[in-house]
Design a protein around this ligand. Structure first.
Ligand code: CA
Length: 249
């Protein structure tokens, strides 16, 4: 028993050092961005037109204290235009770079009903986002059991929508993959539908075996799984409903 007790005190200290070193577990971020990776989408609208939209992860840049993926998005409006975006990814969220203030929280993995807004200068400067469902989704790239549905709209005043608001648009975000679908009611030929077709180079397939304790699905039970468990140590979802680690099944 003493030996076991000794082992049990050693392991948490190791985990603490591991976390303090800033190492994150491979495959656990909300998005699968890597420099050189390309995401191909198919977009269509009520006119019957269908076109290809590309997200290309070009390089990484540092603004202030954060690193961002520089991602040019081309042909979103079927017009060959290219727009540069700068995103940073955490284990449960995606932020876009804001040169004049805190970054914009675009997506996060959180319970249904979670709602937030941010300000981006425009005639309707407030963008309101709410997680309205966590559900399965099928797109040409594949079927996923769990996608976070984000419903968004712009408005003049989030506390008084009678002053003016846009139609909704919806995003489906799959943990570990990213943005797989968009449904946009804010155009003349709504809805416009955009779906993920391919990722190049493709993502590594997950483990093909059910292995109890393999939390990051890499076919091994090792220290990475232990660190994942330790990062949620003593969280009680029935007592701490607002903890972002508590995701409804
Ligand atoms: Ca594992």
């Amino acid at each position: 028993m003493r030996e076991r007790a000794h082992q049990n005190t050693w392991i948490p200290v190791s985990i603490l050092l591991f976390i303090m070193a800033g190492t994150t577990c491979a495959g656990t971020t909300a998005y699968s961005f890597e420099v050189g990776r390309q995401y191909e989408y198919r977009r269509s609208d009520g006119t019957g037109d269908m076109w290809t939209v590309l997200f290309e992860v070009k390089d990484r840049v540092t603004f202030g204290v954060f690193d961002y993926f520089h991602i040019p998005v081309s042909n979103y409006g079927n017009d060959s235009a290219v727009y540069d975006f700068y995103f940073r990814v955490t284990e449960e969220a995606l932020y876009s770079y804001n040169p004049s203030g805190p970054d914009y929280l675009q997506h996060r993995e959180a319970p249904v009903g979670t709602k937030w807004s941010h300000y981006q200068a425009d005639d309707m400067p407030h963008i309101v986002t709410e997680i309205t469902a966590i559900e399965a989704v099928t797109v040409p790239y594949g079927t996923f059991d769990k996608a976070y549905v984000h419903r968004k709209f712009r408005c003049v005043d989030p506390n008084d929508l009678s002053k003016g608001r846009s139609p909704y648009w919806y995003n489906w975000v799959v943990p570990g993959v990213g943005y797989v679908k968009e449904l946009d009611y804010w155009n003349d030929y709504a809805p416009a539908v955009m779906e993920l077709v391919s990722i190049t180079p493709d993502l590594e397939p997950g483990c093909l075996f059910d292995l109890l304790g393999d939390l990051n699905d890499d076919c091994r039970v090792d220290f990475f799984d232990f660190a994942l468990m330790a990062s949620n140590w003593l969280i009680d979802c029935e007592q701490q409903l607002v903890d972002p680690a508590c995701v409804p099944k």
